[in-house]
Design a protein. Structure first.
Length: 432
């Protein structure tokens, strides 16, 4: 539907008879919603108005712009909704022309969504006026974006890839409960703790415990000959160590592969020096390697217009030689290719194993939502051991979408699918 500003009373909305009949608009008054903005209105028939138009009074004091876009009309128990109105919080950086161009792929599927979809930062939200300054996506006749800067109403839904300031957390969560994804931040221990509580997921998380003291670490090494030490709130593989019990001594391996031998007292000194400032986890190590490169899998799980978890793609990450993590991977290949190469699987076997991984990851996503709130775009890290059992290591709430472009054969089409699918989910979540 197109918006037309018409000369009528500010508390009147004009609709063609077809829309009135289709939505059974028979009541005297309705609440009219445009994003979070609401107004009590009467619905009147617009004689001669295009069937895909809605007439809003030019006398209404809208505290925001009404971009010339195509909208949808939705009617429910709360009233009449025009939209969807979707805010994309993708960056904290200034939205320069260069930055806007780089974010264009996120709107690749806009024609299936329509409505007001705009880019903003948390600093652009005005909580007094309930408006947001940002750039809305307005495609021209060739589908190229004309970024329109303006002031818009608070959105129906927020797609969140940047965390709000601490002082806004309570306000944002209260306003957008059930209407914002990815809604909550959890650390590695909270992730592990949530999954072990469910029979559906507990068998696919590695033995893990919070680090307390050197003796506990040594006890863990007596049970599991190799373990990882990971910061509870770490990311990108920073601050990760690998320790092996070689019977005669221990071997400490640092991020880039540097090694140090140590006896019991050496481990105690290492712990005092390296683990005293942060909370750490101890986790059993799984050593899946190919040509001396660590191998794991990134599983991109997303929701679309169906609101159901689906796997968008799986790719394998080969770490650099001797490094203990796959962050800053040396190379990326498709999940199927890696299963065939690393585990010598036949093609059909690789397909079945990938299906198994996807099934496990769906269960993980559902359990995370049960524990923490609403999500729609997660990157799960999975490793497969020598017995071909998948283990889910971590869930990345703001996973790097451009990883797929670092593959040996960059897949631009898949990249555009990954970054644009959440917009479809946002529309559905908004009720359109």
């Amino acid at each position: 539907m197109k918006i037309q500003l018409v000369d009528t009373l500010p508390n009147v909305v004009l609709l063609p008879n077809k829309q009135i009949v289709e939505h059974q608009l028979k009541k005297k008054w309705y609440w009219f919603h445009f994003g979070k903005w609401t107004k009590k209105v009467r619905i009147k028939e617009a004689k001669g108005m295009d069937e895909q138009s809605i007439g809003l009074s030019m006398q209404s004091d809208f505290p925001f712009e009404l971009p010339d876009l195509s909208y949808e009309l939705s009617v429910d128990d709360d009233g009449i909704h025009l939209g969807p109105v979707i805010a994309m919080i993708l960056t904290n950086q200034k939205l320069t022309p260069k930055k806007l161009r780089s974010l264009k792929p996120y709107f690749k599927q806009y024609e299936s969504v329509k409505g007001l979809a705009f880019l903003a930062r948390w600093s652009d939200f005005d909580w007094k006026t309930q408006t947001v300054k940002g750039y809305c996506y307005s495609p021209d006749s060739q589908g190229e974006p004309n970024w329109v800067h303006g002031t818009f109403p608070f959105p129906d839904v927020i797609y969140r890839r940047k965390r709000e300031p601490k002082k806004l957390e309570e306000k944002v969560n209260e306003t957008y409960k059930g209407k914002m994804f990815n809604s909550d931040i959890f650390n590695k221990w909270e992730f592990h703790d949530a999954l072990v509580k469910s029979d559906d997921t507990s068998s696919h998380v590695l033995p893990t415990c919070p680090y307390t003291d050197p003796l506990q670490l040594i006890e863990m090494l007596n049970t599991h000959p190799e373990v990882y030490l990971k910061p509870v709130k770490g990311s990108l593989g920073k601050g990760v160590f690998k320790i092996a019990n070689l019977q005669s001594h221990y071997e400490v391996k640092f991020g880039k592969g540097e090694k140090q031998k140590a006896k019991k007292k050496g481990i105690e000194r290492f712990c005092e020096q390296m683990l005293s400032e942060k909370q750490y986890l101890i986790q059993k190590a799984v050593n899946t390697k190919y040509k001396n490169k660590k191998v794991d899998f990134r599983v991109i799980m997303q929701k679309d217009e169906t609101k159901q978890w689906k796997c968008t793609t799986i790719f394998a990450r080969y770490g650099k030689r001797e490094r203990i993590t796959t962050n800053y991977a040396g190379s990326l290949v498709s999940g199927i290719d890696a299963l065939e190469t690393v585990f010598q699987m036949k093609h059909n076997e690789a397909i079945e194993k990938q299906k198994e991984v996807i099934t496990i990851c769906k269960k993980v996503c559902l359990q995370l939502e049960e524990a923490f709130g609403l999500y729609g775009d997660l990157g799960l890290d999975v490793i497969i051991d020598e017995d071909l059992k998948p283990w889910v290591l971590e869930a990345n709430k703001f996973h790097a979408h451009n990883h797929i472009l670092e593959a040996e054969e960059p897949d631009l089409e898949m990249y555009e699918t990954i970054v644009s699918t959440p917009l479809l989910y946002a529309k559905s979540l908004a009720g359109f």
